[in-house]
Write a protein that binds this ligand. Structure first.
Ligand code: PSV
Ligand code: MN
Ligand code: MN
Length: 388
């Protein structure tokens, strides 16, 4: 008998993790970007690779776009291409961090013309969402300052609100705005949306369809991220996750690679807060694969999320509550750790096979010849990279 109960399996069956289109392009550090044979040359090929991850894992039915990196002439054609491959187009990410005009800010800029340009970019992203059927507009802002006195911190918050309100006004139907925070980088003294509290304050001032996006790599070392997850779920404002892992700062490594226990603790709070399979909470990866194979990297990531979700679902909630209410510190911790240390991999492999998926999606990809095929087919043109 499987260690995963029918309830656990039915919760896992609904799990969906959105893949970032940019994970399939080349990326690197400021020292070097290594090119890889077979790297997509356009958004169509990125989506084909994302669909491959879904085909092998059944876990990744949608792909997030970044505009302008994924700009195409006709988003209806891109949408049809995705749907033909069994995936949908998901979150649309805006980009106000690669334009000279935004050197001193975009939505917060002192100059109304620059703010107008940045707002218009977001309105264009919503036009894309109309064509792709995407629900979420994700905004991450590279805005801040490097030196005390350089910027009017308060004025920038006010302008941020005004700009976001103009963007929010343009949303229709089920569309939402999710505001991502990050504690530093590219600015080093202050950042305009540095933490969940600022994002929460800004989105709360907009309305119900504005939510917070939590990127797991965007906190100071030692931050208790699961506490933030709990709080945002409690407040009904956790709109989405950008999953990745980090050793130092915003490393964008494979989720669950640096600290699987942290991923387990985060997913536990998601489950505790009713966020698992709750359509209001979108699970997305935001990763860059610099030295590892990109498709395998994404497969590893979604499997890591699935494995930690299965382990978190194994926490004996009744035993945990009993230990908590009786003040039995060590028993409570033991309930938690027992679930974390349970190896769910054989049970998940068996379950996958029963659903017509490969027991080992990593091996299936390696043995399929897919990588060799795209390497021989995708010749000529320019490989997509982080930033294009
Ligand atoms: C910023 O560091 C960020 O996490 C945002 O989500 C961007 O859109 C993304 O990285 C680009 O990779
Ligand atoms: Mn992110
Ligand atoms: Mn980031």
């Amino acid at each position: 008998m499987s260690i995963l109960s029918a309830d656990v399996l039915s919760a896992l069956e609904k799990q969906a993790i959105e893949l970032p289109s940019w994970a399939f392009g080349n990326s690197g550090t400021r020292f070097k970007v290594f090119g890889t044979p077979g790297t997509p040359r356009d958004p169509f090929e990125k989506i084909a690779d994302a669909a491959r991850v879904n085909e092998l894992t059944g876990l990744a039915p949608s792909v997030a776009l970044h505009i302008p990196w994924d700009l195409v002439d006709d988003f209806g054609t891109l949408r049809a291409h995705a749907e033909d491959l069994g995936v949908s187009l998901g979150t649309v990410n805006s980009n106000t961090f690669q334009d000279d005009d935004y050197k001193f800010g975009a939505l917060t800029h002192e100059d109304p013309q620059v703010r107008r340009k940045a707002i218009d970019h977001h309105l264009a992203c919503i036009d894309v969402m109309d064509a792709t059927g995407s629900r979420d507009l994700k905004i991450w802002l590279a805005e801040g300052s490097n030196y005390p006195g350089q910027a009017d911190l308060r004025g920038r918050q006010d302008r941020l609100h005004e700009s976001l309100a103009k963007i929010y006004e343009r949303l229709s139907g089920e569309q939402r705005l999710v505001l991502e925070y990050k504690f530093f980088e590219p600015a080093f003294y202050h950042t305009d949306v540095p933490d969940w509290g600022t994002s929460y304050a800004q989105v709360s001032a907009l309305g119900d369809r504005a939510m917070v996006c939590l990127d797991t790599g965007h906190h100071a070392p030692g931050t208790n991220i699961e506490f933030i997850v709990m709080q945002l779920l409690r407040l009904g404002k956790l709109g989405s996750f950008d999953f990745n892992s980090r050793f130092y700062a915003d490393d964008d490594l494979i989720v669950g690679a640096a600290d699987p226990f942290q991923l387990f603790r985060i997913v536990f709070e998601v489950i505790r807060g009713g966020g698992l399979n709750n359509p209001d909470v979108a699970f997305m990866l935001d990763q860059c694969h610099n030295v590892e194979d990109k498709i395998l990297g994404q497969i590893r990531s979604v499997l890591n999320v699935q494995e930690m979700t299965a382990r978190a679902l194994l926490v004996d909630a009744d035993a945990l509550r009993a230990a908590q209410t009786s003040g039995d510190v060590l028993a409570a911790n033991a309930v938690f750790m027992d679930a974390f240390y349970t190896d769910v991999r054989p049970a998940l492999a068996e379950w996958r096979e029963g659903r017509g998926l490969p027991a080992d999606p990593m091996r299936a990809q390696l043995e399929s010849g897919y990588q060799a095929r795209i390497a021989s087919e995708r010749v000529g043109g320019t490989q997509a990279g982080w930033g294009a």
